[in-house]
Write a protein that binds this ligand. Structure first.
Ligand SMILES: *[C@@H]1O[C@H](CO)[C@@H](O)[C@H](O)[C@H]1NC(C)=O
Ligand SMILES: *[C@@H]1O[C@H](CO)[C@@H](O)[C@H](O)[C@H]1NC(C)=O
Length: 532
């Protein structure tokens, strides 16, 4: 009897433990699935495109005259790179009378390889486009005489959060019954308050309908409509359909996180900028220790406590030490952009100043002026000027424009020059690319990055990668001196200068030039380039 009771007790105990264990391991929340595949709303886009109103057939018979000067500005279906013919063939001709030259980029690949490269590039591009487009990029047309009122732009919700949808209303001639349907696809709809005389159907679901016999009450109710994002898929957009008898409208709600700021504490500031607290100097060196030493000494004359970050990929690195100096040694010959990347990655101040290792600071190298430009404008990067030993000063301003092409890729056009002078800074202009001497917001440069595959001749590639995200300026009144560059052939060169030249300035037909064209062709998807 007793053993029987004990067995029952044990059985009860065991089942309680089992149930508890089960309850514990049971998912406390039902997880729904999200479609994060790289095909955001292909269906949806097609659906939206079908909604574009058909052009009125009666308009087709009305004659018109094309304005060539305006029509030629419109993007054609494809682009071309054309150089300028002729010109004088004198020494320095390109310097004095710059002509536009055109270069196809597919020559970076041999014939059998080229077709395969084009195929792979097309595949990667398609995937890139899918990742970078959302429903908020699709054209929506507000149809004429639509009684529905709704927001056309600017409605935004953070992932999994709720907002009131602003601006919803119905303005329609009197009738017995008024109704509105609202449908979303990545979230649910609801009302934050109930209004008398309005029937709400489907609250908390993706499809909600509101009905009333009093228009005023319906419109009051529409002020309380909420949207809750339920599918976690940030940086997308939901397309909300709005419908009343005989009329439809569509608008989009962007789903995205707020931008998390990354701010730099620049210390207390008096009337003047404390350059040491705001700026780090970054440079890359290769073999030229004598030049680097001259640079550091010249910097110290004007900015004794500014930090200098040096990336070094020399074969037999030497020690470069001193206060406020950080020397990073890299594997031999890692290259130009890899070194820039390393140096820039170690900067902890708000701004970084890029200099080449053979520059010399002078009394004209007033970093305060460049800091002032970045502190007071929306620019991300501002270049200065470099004075050659010959006295010639250059800012190397470049505009970069990209013309949309077809399947062959886009056309890249680079020209010397700039877009506008900056108001309040008569020595400064807005442009797209500048010389190797620039002050920039550290974070923006880190975001764009220097492609480490560009090991040798490279500079403007950084600005091409940054086009669209970097806002670039150039001032000609902040000048750094260049120790050497234009080498006269009869002047003897040191052994390290010769090795340097071999790495840094390879022949045009070499692998380095091929790498560069190959990257423009594949990575940036250009077919050709023109420049002057
Ligand atoms: C609103 O949706 C319901 C189904 O939920 C449908 O029966 C009704 O016809 C729709 N009304 C309008 C005006 O489209
Ligand atoms: C400027 O900043 C540096 C580095 O943060 C600091 O050591 C120095 O005291 C500051 N100078 C002034 C005048 O505030």
């Amino acid at each position: 009897m007793r053993s029987m009771r004990r067995a029952v007790l044990l059985a009860i105990l065991a089942s309680v433990v089992l149930v508890l264990a089960l309850l514990h391991s049971w998912p406390t929340r039902a997880y729904t699935t999200v479609d994060a595949w790289q095909r955001p709303g292909q269906m949806l886009e097609r659906h939206l495109e079908e909604r574009l109103p058909e052009p009125d057939p009666r308009l087709g018979s009305i004659p018109f005259h094309v304005r060539d000067n305006v029509a030629s500005l419109l993007a054609r279906n494809g682009c071309m790179c054309e150089g300028e013919a002729g010109g004088v063939n004198l020494p320095f001709a390109q310097l004095l009378f710059p002509r536009v030259s055109a270069h196809p980029l597919h020559t970076a690949f041999e014939a059998p390889e080229l077709e395969e490269m084009k195929r792979r590039r097309a595949k990667e591009y398609e995937s890139f486009q899918r990742r970078s487009q959302t429903a908020a990029d699709v054209v929506l047309i507000a149809e004429a005489n639509n009684p529905l009122q709704y927001p056309t732009q600017g409605v935004e919700v953070r992932p999994m959060k709720t907002i009131l949808i602003p601006g919803l209303a119905l303005q329609i001639l009197p009738r017995d019954h008024y109704s509105i349907n609202i449908t979303a696809t990545l979230g649910t709809l609801n009302v934050a308050a109930d209004v008398d005389g309005v029937k709400v159907g489907g609250g908390g679901e993706m499809h909600m309908s509101l009905r009333s016999s009093v228009l005023q009450n319906l419109n009051r109710q529409l002020q309380f409509v909420t949207y809750t994002n339920t599918q976690f898929h940030p940086s997308t957009a939901d397309t909300v359909h709005l419908e009343t008898e005989g009329h439809q409208a569509v608008f989009s709600i962007r789903i995205r996180h707020g931008v998390t700021p990354r701010l730099y504490n620049t210390g207390s500031q008096g009337a003047d900028y404390n350059v040491s607290a705001l700026v780090t100097i970054a440079t890359k060196t290769f073999l030229r220790y004598d030049k680097l030493r001259d640079l550091i000494d010249s910097v110290r004359r004007y900015y004794p406590t500014i930090t200098i970050v040096i990336a070094d990929d020399s074969e037999n690195p030497r020690t470069v030490s001193g206060p406020y100096i950080e020397h990073y040694i890299m594997p031999f010959g890692k290259g130009w952009f890899a070194g820039r990347n390393l140096a820039v990655s170690q900067v902890t101040t708000k701004y970084l100043l890029w200099v080449d290792d053979d520059f010399i600071f002078t009394a004209n190298t007033k970093l305060e002026k460049l800091v002032d430009v970045l502190e007071r404008t929306t620019l991300d990067l501002v270049g200065g000027a470099v004075r050659e030993a010959t006295g010639y000063t250059s800012t190397y301003r470049q505009t970069i424009s990209i013309e949309a092409g077809g399947e062959d890729g886009d056309c890249l056009h680079m020209r010397r020059g700039y877009h506008h002078v900056i108001e309040g800074f008569p020595n400064c202009v807005v442009t797209d690319g500048v010389i190797n001497f620039f002050l920039a917001r550290t974070q923006k440069v880190q975001q764009v990055g220097f492609d480490p595959r560009l090991a040798r001749v490279a500079h403007l590639e950084f600005f091409i990668d940054g086009l669209g995200s970097l806002h670039v300026g150039s001032c000609d009144d902040v000048i750094v001196s260049h120790a050497t560059k234009i080498k006269l052939p009869w002047v003897g060169r040191s052994e390290s200068d010769k090795t340097y030249a071999r790495f840094r300035y390879p022949a045009a037909s070499s692998d380095a030039a091929h790498t560069k064209n190959g990257l423009l062709f594949f990575k940036n998807r250009f077919q050709c380039l023109t420049h002057n």
